[in-house]
Write a protein that binds this ligand. Structure first.
Ligand SMILES: NC(=O)c1ccc[n+]([C@@H]2O[C@H](COP(=O)([O-])OP(=O)(O)OC[C@H]3O[C@@H](n4cnc5c(N)ncnc54)[C@H](OP(=O)(O)O)[C@@H]3O)[C@@H](O)[C@H]2O)c1
Length: 247
């Protein structure tokens, strides 16, 4: 497939590496220009391009940036053909993104994204920590393979996203419509906890919407106090702290 990735940060870089290694034709862009994308992102064959060239003539476009980057790419994404699958990896952190009144008032994050761009999006890879995503992928059937929830309103979008998640070393779990995708937002039992496929349904069902922002903020405070703002610790630490928050 032809895949464009907007964002070459911690998640976008791993996506570019893994999806190109899986044989896809991958183009990747950041906000500063193709010459600034690190060579290790391109080692498996992804091509660095300007943002406008990462969206044209693609089967799949992956948004892998904070909400703060969205305004600049709005025209590129909102005009994509209906059949293009747009995958949103984003999470909302007011500490990083500034306060979004609509989300604070209860909008489901990726529904807000969908409305912002005025076209369907499917949510995937948002609930895996950046380091576990880079390091903990396993082949299908491996006993330690973790699952990633996928939510979207169009069945085909979910199917495409699940197939791609599978190729990145994780089981895709069909988590239903975007309206239900609050169950995989930061602070939820599936967020960064690396659960196996057979445990993820119960964890999604156990999510309590009103507690998510509090748990998200506690986790930001813990990580930031222990490691410094914006620093990603090793995979075990991310998973252990995320699981402890759900006890
Ligand atoms: N970190 C995690 O554990 C994790 C896990 C799952 C999902 N997520 C979510 O996934 C998204 C990306 O996270 P991240 O950790 O990869 O972020 P990051 O490391 O800060 O990287 C963000 C990337 O987006 C690019 N970008 C920003 N605005 C852009 C624009 N207008 N056009 C093109 N590229 C643009 C940046 O380019 P420049 O550097 O050139 O500005 C950078 O390459 C976030 O919403 C995050 O919440 C994060």
């Amino acid at each position: 497939m032809k895949i464009g990735i907007l964002g070459a940060g911690t998640i976008g870089a791993t996506l570019a590496r893994k999806l190109a290694a899986a044989g896809h034709e991958v183009k990747v862009a950041n906000s500063r220009g193709p010459e600034t994308i690190k060579t290790e992102v391109l080692e498996t064959g992804a091509k660095p391009v300007a943002a406008k060239d990462a969206v044209g003539d693609m089967d799949v476009v992956i948004l892998s940036m904070p909400h703060t980057g969205f305004e600049k790419i709005r025209h590129l994404v909102s005009t994509l053909p209906e059949e293009t699958v747009v995958i949103d990896t984003s999470n909302y952190f007011p500490q990083r993104d500034g306060v979004n009144p609509a989300i604070e008032a209860g909008d489901v994050e990726s529904k807000w994204v969908q409305d912002f761009f005025g076209r369907p999006v499917v949510k995937a890879w948002n609930a895996i920590g950046t380091v576990p995503f880079a390091e903990r992928g396993q082949p299908k059937g491996h006993p330690e393979r973790a699952a990633i929830p996928i939510a979207g309103d169009r069945e085909r979008d979910r199917e495409v996203a699940m197939a791609l998640v599978d190729e990145t070393g994780f089981d895709g779990y069909d988590a239903g419509t975007l309206a239900e995708s609050w169950r995989q937002q930061p602070g939820s039992p599936v967020y960064c906890t690396n659960l196996s496929y057979d445990r993820i349904g119960a964890a999604l069902a156990a999510a309590e919407q009103e507690r998510l922002p509090k748990r998200r903020d506690v986790s930001v405070a813990i990580f930031s106090e222990r490691f410094g703002p914006g620093v990603n610790p090793d995979a075990d630490t991310i998973i252990r702290i995320s699981r402890a928050l759900q006890m």
